[in-house]
Write a protein that binds this ligand. Structure first.
Ligand SMILES: [Mn+2]
Length: 243
């Protein structure tokens, strides 16, 4: 069988005027049987339209803060840098590929925040300011070590996948979900109540996590998350072939 080809949203370095990529995203996908391809950072509708058709699934990577305008708020001083091109490009791909064509998608860090905003939810622009609590979500390097616990909701597909109720995760995010969007269901919560994983029950496969499995590829959990995504992409290809 042809390996699934996954479009990976590029990272953007404004200072270097460069797109770039963390190898963990690519390795994480490749190790479980996919062919990952870094997309161009573009808002060309022609290119995006063809990308949506050509790729079997999409990985929404970490990165810049989502523009608060998209959830009806002014950008506060403590909000981080934004990347308007990413906001536009990812909104297009999410709408066309995920919502209209039901293609599988995995969101990581910015990915979970973006999905929530595009579906009508809001974010904390800075967790330490707007949602201070007992859990440190903004842990510095090294990024592959656990930072805090999450509780997996027992009926959630993530809990079923991992077969446990508690998980230690890394944490390298200063924003997070405030108002949860309609259409998303919670799969994991931190001890302070912050949403750490979600999915869309009415889509073939849309999962997102607030932590970084791409930094912890040696963990079985991270491998299982990438594997469940790529497995669902394979299944979606088979289903289309039979229709
Ligand atoms: Mn966290």
């Amino acid at each position: 069988m042809k390996k699934p080809i996954i479009g990976v949203i590029p990272l953007w370095d404004e200072k270097k005027d460069s797109i770039w990529m963390l190898p963990g995203y690519m390795q994480g996908l490749e190790e479980v049987g996919a062919v990952p391809v870094i997309l161009n950072l573009t808002i060309s509708e022609t290119v995006l339209k063809q990308s949506v058709c050509s790729f079997d699934g999409f990985l929404f990577t970490g990165g810049h803060d989502v523009n608060p305008k998209l959830y009806g708020q002014e950008k506060k001083d403590y909000c981080g840098e934004i990347c308007e091109t990413r906001d536009l490009m990812e909104a297009y791909i999410f709408l066309e590929a995920v919502l209209n064509q039901n293609k599988p998608a995995l969101g990581i860090c910015r990915g979970i925040q973006l999905f929530n905003v595009l579906l009508g939810g809001t974010l904390y622009q800075d967790i330490p300011v707007e949602f201070p609590g007992t859990v440190n979500h903004v842990k510095g390097p090294p990024y592959d070590v656990p930072a805090h616990n999450v509780r997996l909701l027992s009926e959630s597909p993530l809990c079923q996948l991992l077969g446990k109720e508690y998980l230690e995760v890394n944490s390298y995010h200063h924003q997070g979900i405030n108002k949860l969007a309609k259409g998303l269901e919670i799969m994991a919560l931190a001890d302070d109540g912050l949403v750490e994983a979600v999915y869309m029950p009415d889509r073939f496969y849309v999962w997102a996590v607030q932590w970084h499995p791409e930094f912890s590829l040696k963990d079985e959990t991270s491998k299982k998350i990438f594997s469940s995504f790529v497995g669902s992409v394979e299944k979606s290809i088979l289903q289309k072939d039979y229709i």
